[in-house]
Design a protein around this ligand. Structure first.
Ligand code: GDP
Length: 369
């Protein structure tokens, strides 16, 4: 019984403890698989039967192994990021691991950003941000995987740049990589045998290979967990309340210094110093933004967190991490980003502070808009 069982689709070690992990297979399916000599992990099973890729995540060791596979491959790297959470989407050190392989940078979830924002400008901005993190993408694309916007343009770009190579799709968890691949599968005709059935004894590939027309493959790699994502601090329920599902309506505030805006009870923005100015908040439309005086803010939070300032709710407020303060001097128009939650655009010549749960990054970047 302690013999190593591997999925005949992707080669992953079969396990039935962690449903979100690689190789997960329910006990009952393992039994059945062994009987029929067709043991697939749940992810490969779903892909075979429902043409559907399910997300799966990775531990640190596996992550390093994955990066090495990418370096050794001769492939076009399709790097999917969540345009709403650019910094939370970055794969640390990816640029060191891609080797000579070209990167096509894909900003997903464009449906969340205000319509009024010029897409070409946003793509320029994405490229600049990528450069800052050491990446030189060969091209940039913007899609909404969920709404199937611009996915066919992306496919054209993929075909243009892959030049008879395999395609590796990489991204951290939650950027919508699975949703995107499922759209690609849908729009690609002639995909029948979606995954190979050959065995890979002794090797763990942990990746799913989808055949392309010319004998090459589109490879789905496991999502990499980015520890500082909001998703790992909030409960699943609270996350639903703060993660935008629809086009964001920017909210403008005329602020005097020494004023605070609470972002529900999950975060806080302080206008510390500077002239009276307009700041623009980009958060989920349903997230309650509440303005108070800075000097009263601590007491106000103490009193109303879990009530007026929600999420968290009264039920989960006791488990909610403390907010940590991060102060910045702003010398060009910038976004104060609360990773995974949204951002506030602030003018030059100001001092501001962002408060976020311990473990969630707060940073300043050149304004997107
Ligand atoms: P993965 O972990 O990267 O494979 O991400 P998933 O494909 O599982 O998607 C993560 C979450 O983002 C899900 O709730 C999706 O519905 C959502 N999502 C994916 N693509 C889009 C998109 O284009 N727009 C929006 N608004 N949400 C998306």
């Amino acid at each position: 019984e302690d013999e190593e069982l591997r999925c005949i689709g992707c080669g992953a070690l079969i396990q039935s403890d962690d449903p979100a992990g690689i190789g997960y297979t329910p006990e009952s399916a393992i039994k059945k698989g062994l009987e029929t000599d067709e043991l697939y992990c749940q992810r490969c099973f779903r892909l075979r039967h429902y043409n559907e890729i399910a997300p799966v995540s990775l531990t640190d060791d596996d992550f390093l192994r994955l990066l090495n596979q990418i370096r050794d491959a001769d492939a076009l790297i399709v790097y999917v990021i969540d345009i709403f959470d650019f910094n939370g989407s970055l794969i640390p050190g990816l640029h060191r691991f891609v080797g000579d392989n070209p990167i096509l940078l894909v900003g997903n979830k464009e449906d969340i950003l205000p319509r009024s924002l010029k897409r070409t400008k946003l793509m320029d901005w994405m490229r600049q941000q990528a450069n800052l993190s050491g990446l030189r993408p060969i091209d940039v694309a913007m899609v909404s995987a969920k709404r199937n916007n611009q996915v066919s343009d992306l496919l054209e770009k993929i075909n243009k740049y892959r030049e008879n190579r395999d395609v590796y799709v990489v991204g951290v968890t939650n950027v919508g990589k699975s949703t995107l691949i499922n759209q690609i599968i849908k729009s690609t005709t002639g995909v029948k045998e979606l995954i190979t059935t050959s065995r890979f004894p002794g090797t763990t590939l942990d990746k799913i290979q989808i055949p392309l027309d010319d004998g090459h493959e589109l490879v789905d790699t496991p999502g990499i967990i980015h520890a500082e994502q909001m998703a790992h601090v909030l409960s699943a329920q609270a996350l639903k309340l703060v993660a935008p599902q629809k086009e964001i309506k920017p909210r403008t505030f005329q602020l005097n210094d020494q004023q605070t805006i609470f972002l529900g009870g999950v975060a806080r923005f302080d206008y510390v110093k500077g002239p009276r100015s307009g700041v623009v908040a980009y958060f989920d439309n349903n997230l309650n933004l509440h303005r108070t005086k800075l000097e009263n803010a601590d007491a106000f939070y103490e009193k109303h967190m879990g009530g007026l300032l929600t999420p968290p709710t009264a039920d989960d407020k006791d488990d909610f991490p403390e907010l940590e303060r991060h102060e910045f001097h702003i010398d060009q128009k910038s976004d104060l980003v609360i990773e995974g939650l949204g951002w506030v655009t602030v003018p030059a010549g100001t001092t501001v502070a962002g408060w976020a749960p311990v473990g969630v990054s707060v940073l300043v970047r050149k304004a997107m808009i």
